[in-house]
Every structure is written in structure tokens, then in C-alpha cells.
Design a protein around this ligand. Structure first.
Ligand code: ADP
Ligand code: ZN
Length: 732
């Protein structure tokens, strides 16, 4: 049932309907005064009732099971691993939970424009309208979305032009599927390189065997990993089995989708967050029926209900986007491994910077390491240099981040007619507004964090609860009038670059830009057309893009990620900086990278500059082992929150006491309860308890039963509790 109750309920099958009662079928049942949709998880005979009465099923909603028994077994296991009730797991894993009525699957339409025949040549068009007309003349016809990507605001302009009769507008069904971009698929017809051939041989052998197997495919960007994925998917297809291809964020991968489409045509389903529920259901049905042999999607595609799953590819497996941070907290990579074990499927974890967990698996024998040691073609690895920011103290304010080395490098890049990228993982204009008299910073009214100044909104913004307020005229603490914008965000960086190089075309890409529909893909397509000279941005510029004209990448402030209070800070820094650095010199021209930092001797940064992944990982694993941190130990974070601080604190104390008693016989360390590092978010007070366990501790067997009564006790304190197994964000 779609309830936060972690147990099944028993109902009677009305006489004559026995044949319809099958595991995986949805049913309508009475529950108190309501009627709810449930899913049959087991069929038992009357003796199981032990004399108790059971209400009757009102209706069977499916003729054929909605999900297979094997898929249900996976979801049940996954629910236990994530310490979530099965009903909530079903809500996450099914296209629209357990909703009773499927909305009619009305197709979504979009407006397609063409130039009207006989539109007056000399019509009094605005400059933007002229751009729209030019774009249409060139393309023949364009959908509103595509038009807005080519000409910012072009969709609206076209609407007005259609109203004046200059354009013809036609509503057309929107095609769900891969993007229309076909990319030339050259490698498909070529022979694999020797390293690719070795990898494919091992994967092929695993696919032919009945057992589940896991591989970690390590290779820098451009070393031919994607080609290995595509060929492995083809091998699975040849055996009549289906594949799931997981990517961290689907909207950022138009190039990959173009390639997949060129290779496999229509045999592919796509799941992403921008589908309507009806579109999602339609894709899901195709997958369930085995009408397609591949499903590409972000983390939730791991639940694709294929009838005969053969392969799960997890691209960029190290990416934190695989961890779902709302509702049920699951890690899609870990669920891929779990599912493959149940279905006898093969898992391929690919990355230029595999996670500590993945590398550890290759050392314990749980996975096999496959290596693609070289880039294909002539492109060489970029030259990476570290720049010491400490010499910059005489510069004031944000100018401290702009070293002469960085300025020279950008200048030389522009002079050669090439492109540059500037990376900073802080958005907004200035991260902090601080009083120069009393040093107080302006804080969020709802959360215990500083507000960041965003110039484009002329407002202070909380990155936790999204509250927005006017910047104050005076310091809220002392009333002083000297409020300084401290630090550097992407917005300020872009403004600086525009001022410094007025002739260069500067664009910015971060989640603020991403909030405007079509804006992020607009920036990316301008980038592809060579219309941007300097691209400024956060992680969003790092992911998977291939811009051959970029030859310089500047990292403004590596310390921002290095100093994160998290045991994964070094690992994340290595991953993200390697990925950003990998954007430089992907074409035939060599690339160079500058990393600015206050800690130039930091070992992680040194290893990045030396392109020494295994050197870094060996050091990192040694540190983790000595501290019994993952992957040498397991962690679980219990978060409690509620509106009354004392009651949350009491509830946390109660949970901690109960757990330390129940777990006394185990080798488990309990840290806390303590206020969370950010002790208040959205007006709710937060406490946490961290459990450190041995790596092989049977979390799924011990905790569901242990936590169930505690959750109720916490609720009686007017608070809520959430368990995060293998947490990624320790801070919130
Ligand atoms: P990665 O996924 O590791 O970044 P790709 O698979 O995208 O690497 O390969 C990089 C480039 O090399 C792509 O343009 C691809 O078409 C090409 N390529 C891949 N494998 C081969 C091959 N065996 N022969 C020739 N070109 C290849
Ligand atoms: Zn806030």
C-alpha cells in the first residue's frame, strides 16, 4: 500500500476471482473509510489468517501483473536496504506510484513555425523578429523550443509574428524520445582499439554466463568508454536481453543521446524528469513489454521493468547525482549492483575517476578492473599548473582571485581565436554580505546559513530554503552602513570577465541560469556553434561536454571544494577538477589548465596536476582505512527535525539511548545526538545521530525492525526522523 507503514495487509479474494489474484497485480481495497490502490505481494491460503477476518478485494486492476515477481523481489530488497517502507519504494519506482486512475495519455503538443508564404519582405520587424525570420529561412521550420534556443526570446517573438500573419503556426505532437540531433556515428563501423577489445571480451564472457558480474571501466575522457558501453549493449541485445544506461543528468547529455540514436534508432526509451506523467507511463509500458532493448535515463531508470535485463551501464559512476536526496534516499549505482545480483545481469561502472567504493570492489574481487589507458586519436592530456593565491593578499576584494597568470592565459587563448572556461563552484554574485564594523554576516531568517547576494535578482538568496529578500541598507546587528559583498560567485566572475575583455562573448552556466526554461541548453548550443569565447560556470560546465575549441580552463578557487567538511572532500575535488580540466584541448590543439588555490602543496591537487588517479586513490584509501570510513566501514545518518527545538533534542536523545542499548552487542559506534552542522533549515530544528558500522554490517536485516517503533516515538515528539544509509551530504 502507498503508506508509510512497513508491512503488507491481508485481503480476501472474492470467490470466482482466484485466477486474477497474482503477485504484481494492482488491486483496489478498502482501508478504513477509504479505498486505496495496493499491489499484491504474496498470495496465501486461508490458514494464514489464523481465524481473523479479512476484508475482500474490491477490484483487480490489471489482467497481467503490473510488475514481474522478480522485479518485485528487487524492489522489496531495495526498500529494506534503504530502510524505506515497500509502499514508498513502489511509489518511487513505478511511473506514477500506485495511482488508481491513469490520466488519459493526451500527447503533449508543441508549436512549430514556418515563414508564411508571401510575408512582406520589408515588414517592420524588430531586430529580434528579424533573427527569428532568418533562423526560419535557414531551417525551413522550427519548434518554439528550438527557436528559443537559437534566438533568446525567439519563441515569444514568433508568437507575435504569427499574430501579424508573418509566420504560420501549427500545433504538432511532441515526440518523446532522443533528441533530434543525429551525430555522425563513425566509431561504430571501426575496429575497437586493443584496449577496448580486451574490455569487450571480458564483458562479453560475463554476459554469456548465468552469473551476475561487475566491471569498473576506468578511462579518461576521450579514451573510448562510451564506445565500449554501446557495443556491450549491442552484445546484450544479440542475446535477447535488455540494457539500462544510467547517466547523472540527462538534460546535460544531448551529444550522448544523439550518438545513441544514430546507433540504435528507435529501439530506445528515455526517462527523464521533464517528461509528463503520461509520457513517463508510455515509456514505462514500452520497457515493460520489452518493445525496446535499451532505456537511457537518470538514476530512477534503474527501476526500468525490463523482462530480461542483461546489462546496466552506470556512466560517471562516481557522480553524486546518483544519490537521491529526497524522499527515499537511494544510491542508483548500489541499486544497480543489487538488481544485477538478483537478475544475473552484468554491471559496467565507468568513470575517469572511479569512486573509492568502486576501486575497493576491484581490490576485493567484487568487480573486475578494465582500463582504457589512452585517448583515442591525437589529442593529448592538458598541461595542468597550480597557481598560489597566497601571493595575492595585496589585492583587494574579489580581485584577489584574478592572478596575472590567469589573466595572461585567458588573453593568449583569446588572441589565438580559441575559447576559455572559468570554473567556480559557487553561484551568485557574492556568497556573503558582511558588516565591516561588527563582522556580522546577513543570515537567513529560516536557516542557520549566510545569505548569498545575487545581482541579477538584486536580492539576497538562501541556497537552502530559497527565501529571497532585499539587501538591507544597514547591518541587522549593529546598524552600521558599511556592508561589503565578500567572496566570489559565478555571477561576479562573469561580470569581471565581461569588463576585463569587453570584446569577448561571455556566457554563464549554473543552476540559476538553468532555472529559466531552455536557457541552459541555449548556452550549450551557443557554445557548440562557437559563439561563446569565455564560458563561466559551476559543475554544470564540467559534465561530459565536448567543445573542441576550448583550450584553456581556469579553476578560480579550488579550496571551495577542498575545504568542505566531509570525508569525501578530497575525492570530490579530484573528480570535479579532473573533469573540468578534461574540457581543455579535446580537439587537435593542446589544452592547458590553471588551478588557483591557497594550498598549493595539497597532495590531492598535486595528483590532479600529475594526472595520477591511482596515486591519489591509493593515498585516499589508506586514509579511509585508518579512520574506518567508507568503503572500509559503513555509515548511517539519522536526521531528526521539527519545529520545537527541545522536543527534537529529546526525541534524538531517546533514539540514541534506544539504539545504543539495542546495538550494544555489535561493533557499532554512535556519534551524537548533536545539532546538525546546519542546525536550522526552513524554520525546522535539526539533530542528527551518526552510526559507524563495519562494512559488512547487515543493515537491511537489523534496522527496519529496530527503527519502526522509534519512528513512532519520534512522531509523538512532534518531530520526524529519516535514515540515510551511506550518506553523501553530512552537512544538511
Ligand atoms: P569516452 O566515453 O571515454 O569519452 P568515446 O567513446 O566518446 O570516449 O570516444 C572518444 C572519441 O573516439 C569519440 O569521438 C569516438 O567516436 C571515437 N572512438 C571511440 N572508439 C573508437 C575506435 N575504436 N576507433 C576510432 N574512433 C573511436
Ligand atoms: Zn534559508
Amino acid at each position: 500500500m502507498p503508506l508509510p507503514l512497513d508491512k503488507p495487509f491481508t485481503y480476501r479474494v472474492p470467490a470466482g476471482q482466484e485466477a486474477r489474484a497474482r503477485v504484481g497485480v494492482r488491486v483496489l481495497v478498502p482501508f478504513g473509510a477509504q479505498k486505496l490502490t495496493g499491489l499484491v505481494t504474496a498470495v496465501v491460503d486461508e490458514s494464514a489468517l489464523e481465524g481473523h477476518a479479512a476484508k475482500a478485494v474490491l477490484a483487480f486492476l490489471d489482467d497481467e501483473p503490473y510488475i514481474t515477481e522478480r522485479h518485485l523481489a528487487f524492489l522489496s530488497r531495495a526498500a529494506r536496504e534503504c530502510l524505506a517502507p515497500l509502499g514508498e519504494m513502489l511509489r518511487t519506482a513505478l511511473p506514477r506510484g500506485l495511482a488508481r486512475h491513469e490520466a488519459p495519455t493526451a500527447p503533449r503538443t508543441e508549436t512549430v513555425y514556418h515563414l508564411a508564404p508571401g510575408a512582406p519582405e520589408g515588414a517592420p520587424m524588430t531586430p529580434k523578429q528579424r533573427l527569428v525570420a532568418d533562423a526560419l529561412r535557414e531551417a525551413g521550420e522550427l519548434a518554439a523550443g528550438a527557436l528559443s534556443e537559437k534566438v533568446p526570446g525567439g519563441g515569444d517573438a514568433a508568437k507575435r509574428m504569427a499574430a501579424r500573419g508573418w509566420l504560420l503556426a501549427e500545433a504538432r505532437e511532441r515526440v518523446v524520445g532522443l533528441s533530434d540531433t543525429h551525430l555522425p556515428d563513425l566509431a561504430g563501423a571501426l575496429d575497437p582499439t586493443p584496449a577496448q577489445a580486451t574490455a569487450l571480451e571480458a564483458i562479453g564472457a560475463a554476459l554469456r554466463g548465468p552469473e551476475s558480474a561487475a566491471f569498473v571501466l576506468h578511462g579518461i575522457t576521450g579514451s573510448g568508454k562510451t564506445e565500449v558501453y554501446l557495443r556491450a549493449i549491442d552484445m546484450a541485445r544479440a542475446q535477447g536481453r535488455q540494457s539500462i544506461y544510467l547517466v547523472p543528468e540527462i538534460v546535460l547529455t544531448p551529444q550522448l543521446l544523439g550518438r545513441v540514436r544514430s546507433r540504435f534508432g528507435d529501439g530506445v526509451a528515455v526517462l527523464h524528469s521533464q517528461l509528463t506523467p503520461a509520457e513517463r507511463t508510455a515509456q514505462w509500458r514500452k520497457v515493460r513489454a520489452g518493445e525496446v532493448f535499451l532505456c537511457v535515463g537518470a538514476r530512477s531508470a534503474v527501476f526500468s521493468p525490463f523482462p530480461a535485463l542483461g546489462l546496466i551501464v552506470v556512466d560517471e559512476e562516481h557522480d553524486a547525482a546518483y544519490k537521491q536526496e529526497e524522499g527515499i534516499r537511494y544510491q542508483a549505482r548500489d541499486l544497480a549492483l543489487l538488481r544485477a545480483g538478483i537478475e544475473g545481469a552484468t554491471v559496467l561502472l565507468g568513470s575517469a575517476t572511479p569512486s573509492a567504493e568502486a576501486i575497493r570492489m576491484t581490490r576485493t574481487g567484487a568487480a573486475t578492473l578494465l582500463d582504457l589507458p589512452e585517448r583515442i586519436g591525437d589529442s593529448k592530456l592538458p598541461d595542468i599548473r597550480i597557481v598560489d593565491l597566497r601571493g595575492q593578499v595585496d589585492r583587494r576584494g574579489a580581485d584577489r582571485y584574478f592572478t596575472p597568470e590567469l589573466e595572461t592565459a585567458v588573453e593568449e587563448t583569446l588572441a589565438r581565436g580559441e575559447k576559455a572556461m572559468l570554473f567556480l563552484n559557487r553561484r551568485g554574485y557574492a556568497p556573503v554580505l558582511s558588516c565591516l564594523d561588527c563582522a556580522a554576516t546577513v543570515q537567513c531568517p529560516n536557516c542557520q546559513v549566510s545569505l548569498a547576494f545575487h545581482k541579477e535578482y538584486d536580492a539576497l538568496l538562501c541556497h537552502y530554503c530559497h527565501v529571497r529578500q532585499k539587501p538591507p541598507d544597514a547591518c541587522p546587528s549593529c546598524g552600521g552602513h558599511k556592508l561589503a559583498q565578500l567572496g566570489l560567485g559565478t555571477e561576479r566572475l562573469a561580470a569581471w570577465a565581461e569588463k576585463r575583455w569587453p570584446d569577448a562573448r561571455v556566457a554563464r552556466l549554473d543552476s540559476d541560469v538553468g532555472r529559466t526554461k531552455g536557457a541552459a541548453s541555449g548556452v550549450l548550443s551557443r557554445m557548440h556553434r562557437g559563439e561563446v569565447d569565455i564560458l563561466v560556470g559551476t559543475q554544470m560546465i564540467a559534465k561530459g561536454h565536448d567543445f573542441p575549441e576550448v583550450t584553456f580552463v581556469g579553476v578560480l578557487y579550488a579550496d571551495a571544494s577542498l575545504n568542505f567538511i566531509d570525508f569525501r572532500a578530497s575525492e570530490r575535488t579530484f573528480q570535479v577538477l579532473t573533469q573540468v580540466a578534461g574540457r581543455a584541448g579535446r580537439g587537435d590543439r593542446p589544452g592547458s589548465v590553471l588551478i588557483q588555490t591557497l594550498s598549493p602543496d595539497n597532495s590531492c591537487l598535486r595528483k590532479i596536476a600529475a594526472h595520477d588517479f591511482f596515486g591519489f586513490m591509493n593515498e585516499e584509501l589508506a586514509v579511509r582505512e585508518s579512520l574506518e570510513y567508507p568503503p572500509y566501514g559503513r555509515m548511517m545518518l539519522l536526521r531528526l527535525w521539527g519545529p520545537k527545538e527541545e522536543r527534537v533534542r529529546d526525541a534524538a536523545a531517546l533514539v540514541a539511548a534506544a539504539l545504543s542499548e539495542a546495538l550494544a552487542a555489535h561493533e557499532i559506534r554512535l556519534l551524537g545526538p548533536a545539532p546538525s552542522p546546519i542546525a536550522k533549515v526552513k524554520k525546522l530544528y535539526r539533530y542528527q545521530i551518526l552510526l559507524k558500522m563495519p562494512a559488512d554490517f547487515p543493515v537491511a536485516d537489523v534496522f527496519p525492525e529496530l527503527l519502526r517503533p522509534l519512528r513512532d516515538a519520534v512522531r509523538r515528539h512532534g518531530a520526524r526522523m529519516e535514515a540515510d544509509v551511506d550518506p553523501y551530504h553530512m552537512l544538511v
